[in-house]
Design a protein around this ligand. Structure first.
Ligand SMILES: CC(C)(COP(=O)(O)OP(=O)(O)OC[C@H]1O[C@@H](n2cnc3c(N)ncnc32)[C@H](O)[C@@H]1OP(=O)(O)O)[C@@H](O)C(=O)NCCC(=O)NCCS
Length: 228
C-alpha cells in the first residue's frame, strides 16, 4: 500500500505511529515546514525540549497530511476550533485527523470521517491511582478500576482515561468538558470507539463517526519514503 489520498477509502482510518527520538535529529529541517505562528508557539515553551517536541509533532502532522492532500507540508493551512482543536478548512479539504503523544510515541489518525479523536498514554506508574481514578473518571469506571487486582489497575485506569480523552478530542471539547458516560454518548452520536493496544507499554483509544470503519497501522517514516 502507498498510503495517501487514493488508499484512504470512506471506511478506513489510517493510524500512523512515529517515535520522537527517531525524528529529533531532523528537528531543524522539520521546523522549516512550520508556519510562523507555529514557530512562535514552539519558541514560547518554557523548556526548549518541549518546544522541539512540538516542532516534531506539528512537522510530522504536516508531512503525513501532505501525502493525502498532494500539497507540500509547508503549504497546509490549519484553522482552530473554540478549544484549540486543529482542523483543515472543510471547504478546501474533506479530511479529518487527530494527533496524540505520550513519552516517545506520537500517533496520528487520518480519515474521511467528520469526527475523529485519538489518545494514547504510556503506562507510567502512578502513586495515587485510586485517587486519580475517583477524580478523573466517571464513577462507574473508577469503581471498576478499583475492583481489579493491583497489577491490572494501571492499564485499566489508563485505558479508561484514553477512552474519555479520545471521545473529548473527537468532539473538539478537549479537557474543558466534564467526563461523560462514554458508551451512552457514543451510542447516541452513532460513533464507535476502539481500544488500541498495538504498542508495548502504551494504551490508547480511537473514536470516529459511524460504526463501519476499520484501522490500518502505518509506521513513519514509511520505508524511508517520507515526504517532508
Ligand atoms: C487537547 C488536549 C485534550 C490535549 O491533551 P494532551 O494529553 O495534553 O495531549 P495529546 O498529545 O493527547 O494531544 C495533543 C494534540 O491534540 C490536538 N488538540 C489540541 N486541542 C484539541 C482539542 N480541543 N480537541 C481535539 N484535539 C486537540 C493537537 O493536535 C495537539 O497536538 P499539539 O500539542 O502538537 O498541537 C488538552 O490539552 C485539552 O483539553 N486542551 C483544551 C484546551 C483548553 O481547554 N483551552 C482553554 C482555552 S479555551
Amino acid at each position: 500500500m502507498n498510503p495517501g489520498a487514493d488508499s484512504l477509502g470512506p471506511e478506513d482510518v489510517h493510524l500512523w505511529r512515529a517515535h520522537v527520538h527517531e525524528l529529533a535529529p531532523s528537528a531543524a529541517q522539520i521546523r522549516s515546514t512550520l508556519s510562523p505562528d507555529e514557530r512562535d508557539r514552539a519558541d514560547r515553551y518554557r523548556l526548549s525540549k518541549d518546544g522541539e517536541a512540538f516542532v516534531i509533532r506539528r512537522g510530522l502532522l504536516r508531512a503525513i497530511l501532505s501525502r493525502y492532500l498532494d500539497r507540500d507540508a509547508g503549504a497546509i493551512r490549519f484553522t482552530y476550533g473554540p478549544f484549540g482543536k486543529p482542523l483543515l478548512d472543510p471547504d478546501e479539504d474533506a479530511l479529518s485527523f487527530s494527533l496524540a503523544h505520550s513519552q516517545d510515541l506520537i500517533v496520528c489518525a487520518v480519515s474521511r470521517r467528520a469526527a475523529l479523536g485519538i489518545d494514547i498514554e504510556f503506562l507510567r506508574p502512578l502513586p495515587d491511582l485510586d485517587g486519580l481514578a475517583a477524580r478523573f473518571l466517571v464513577r462507574q469506571d473508577a469503581d471498576s478500576v478499583r475492583a481489579l487486582p493491583m497489577p491490572r489497575r494501571l492499564a485499566a485506569f489508563y485505558t479508561r482515561w484514553t477512552r474519555q480523552e479520545a471521545y473529548l478530542k473527537a468532539t473538539g471539547a478537549g479537557l474543558t468538558a466534564a467526563p461523560a458516560a462514554i458508551d451512552a454518548a457514543l451510542d447516541a452520536a452513532g460513533w464507535k470507539l476502539e481500544t488500541l493496544l498495538a504498542v508495548p507499554d502504551y494504551v490508547g483509544a480511537l473514536v470516529a463517526e459511524g460504526v463501519d470503519w476499520g484501522v490500518s497501522w502505518l509506521d513513519w517514516p514509511l520505508n524511508g519514503s517520507a515526504r517532508g
